[in-house]
Design a protein around this ligand. Structure first.
Ligand code: IMP
Ligand code: MG
Length: 189
């Protein structure tokens, strides 16, 4: 696994190795298996970023489960997460009376996840929890509870394992962060 990557002239450094991620995803899966022992949860992934995490996570799930996806697009000042959220793909599952787990790659301002939560709640689930692989604890702009967190991280711009840099590098097995720690804002898509 490479320690450094250069993308568009910017240097990224290895932050969470493949092993570290896989160990944590397994732990999260086990935690969910225990909590949902007598239920059949529906995992709702937020496209595109969460597809890698979600596919690894559900392979650790041993209780019956279903999956669906929602797709959002965030507009506005490309350097920051704007919160102007638009729905690009709606739900294809019956949410009423079901146990829903929203799966996110990363929670930054929290606005996307809050939007999804409201949307799912309109369909009257029996329960609704949120899991996010990454959580930027100092970036939250809204009071939203994340029930399962993989890693709490500082305001780093991170890429890989589903997270993109101008739509690229989602296929990296590890997570890298910008080497220059002063640059903590989201890069233009
Ligand atoms: P929020 O609405 O501000 O919480 O933004 C959440 C979304 O912004 C995530 O689902 C990601 O798609 C994207 N995002 C936030 N921070 C990063 C990052 O450091 N790298 C890549 N994408 C990010
Ligand atoms: Mg996302």
């Amino acid at each position: 696994m490479k320690k450094y990557l250069t993308l568009n002239g910017e240097q990224f450094v290895l932050y969470l190795s493949e092993k570290k991620i896989q160990d944590r995803v397994r732990q999260l899966g086990n935690q969910i298996n225990k909590a949902y022992k007598h239920q059949t949860p529906i995992f709702i992934g937020i496209l595109n970023g969460s597809f890698v995490f979600m596919s690894d996570l559900i392979r650790h799930i041993t209780v019956d489960c279903e999956i669906d996806f929602l797709k959002l697009s965030s507009y506005g000042d490309a350097k920051i997460s704007s919160g102007n959220v638009k729905l690009l793909k709606d739900l294809n599952c019956q949410v009423e009376g079901r146990d829903i787990i929203i799966v996110e790659d990363i929670v930054d301002s929290g606005l996307s996840v809050d939007f999804m939560k409201r949307l799912v709640n309109q369909h009257h689930p029996r329960s609704l929890k949120i899991i996010s692989l990454l959580y930027k604890k100092n970036a939250l702009k809204i009071d939203v509870k994340i029930d399962y967190i993989g890693f709490s991280i500082p305001n780093y711009f991170v890429i890989g394992y589903g997270l993109d840099y101008a739509q690229k590098v989602r296929n990296l097995r590890a997570i890298y962060r910008l080497a220059d720690e002063r640059i903590t804002q989201r890069k233009p898509a």
